[in-house]
Design a protein around this ligand. Structure first.
Ligand SMILES: [Zn+2]
Length: 143
């Protein structure tokens, strides 16, 4: 494995510019790199709320697909749009076990902060994208 030589001026402390949490509540994992600690606060959805929400998404998915199919007079290309968008949204709703209230974390590769908006619905592991180096680490809850 190739070692990295990091040139830093004396007195420069990495932690001052990008604060790392005292006790990480999540880890950002990218194969081939050291796991990066992250601070993540989440609220767990109740299983029933998650089930109702997903059932509602599935209902919207099916109704919008059928409605588009009828309105466009059986056009398979137009119908594929609500079909695929609905499938993705229903799947993501089912995966979303937690609601993010706070997130601070940096990319394990390039150390740039990764953005994850408060209010996002996530499962664990959660797929992240670093828009600086374009690698795609996974976010794991520590607890
Ligand atoms: Zn990166």
């Amino acid at each position: 494995m190739r070692s990295r030589i990091v040139h830093q001026p004396r007195g420069f402390r990495y932690m001052e510019t990008r604060p790392a949490p005292a006790e990480p509540t999540a880890w950002i994992v990218l194969p081939g790199h050291a796991d990066a600690p992250a601070h993540l606060s989440v609220v767990r959805y109740s299983p029933l709320a998650r089930l109702y929400r997903t059932a509602w998404y599935a209902f919207l998915w099916i109704t919008s697909t059928v409605a588009t199919f009828l309105v466009t007079i059986f056009d398979p290309f137009m119908t594929s749009m609500p079909l695929f968008i609905g499938a993705v949204m229903t799947y993501r709703s089912w995966r979303g076990r937690f609601r993010v209230t706070e997130f601070r974390g940096a990319c394990p590769r390039c150390r740039e902060p990764i953005d994850l908006k408060a209010g996002s619905r996530i499962g664990t592991p959660h797929h992240l994208v670093c828009y600086n180096c374009h690698h795609e680490p996974e976010l794991y809850l520590a607890a």
